[in-house]
Design a protein around this ligand. Structure first.
Ligand SMILES: [Zn+2]
Length: 168
């Protein structure tokens, strides 16, 4: 049996050091499964350049989550450590993922994000603290208006998911 502290340590390490969107996406699904015993497979993650005010969205009735690539790029360009960018991406994705799991209420989603993040990363971790306050606090001090990114094509994040594939 794994005790609580080594479990949070493992999740923290994974998130702080995640090197790409696909890794964070896996952490989103794993932490929700651990904390809530729920998982939805077959979801697709897309990256797009959206208005700054919008972090991510889940078009109702689809299997898709779209993340605002510009926002993440701003954080990276501002020279913030990887763990800050990763905490932001995690918060935006887990929020939409909970919507995709069927939770429609904004209040309930926000509360559940806090629960998942605190359970898996511990209350003192940056991802949990951002969940309590708001993921936008991670962008504090970064000038968002100054950013002018040319709109690029939407891209899809390659998924590591294997659970819904069968070998015939
Ligand atoms: Zn929402």
């Amino acid at each position: 049996m794994e005790d609580e502290s080594s479990l949070t340590k493992r999740y923290r390490n994974r998130l702080d050091n995640a090197a790409n969107y696909a890794e964070i996406w896996e952490i989103v699904k794993d932490t929700v499964e651990f904390a809530l015993h729920r998982r939805r497979s077959g979801m697709l993650l897309f990256l797009d350049d959206l208005p700054i005010q919008l972090g991510a969205y889940h078009p109702l009735g689809t299997n898709n989550i779209v993340l605002n690539r510009v926002l993440v790029q701003i954080v990276e360009t501002a020279g913030e450590p990887r763990k800050v960018a990763n905490a932001l991406i995690y918060n935006l994705l887990v929020h939409e993922y909970l919507h995709a799991l069927g939770e429609i209420s904004e209040v309930a989603v926000r509360e559940t994000v806090v629960k998942v993040a605190e359970t898996c990363f511990g209350k003192d971790h940056i991802a949990a603290q951002a969940a309590v306050k708001s993921p936008w606090t991670l962008l504090k001090g970064i000038p968002l208006e100054a950013v002018n990114v040319p709109r690029r094509v939407m891209e899809i994040v390659k998924d590591f998911e294997k659970t819904d594939r069968y070998v015939v």
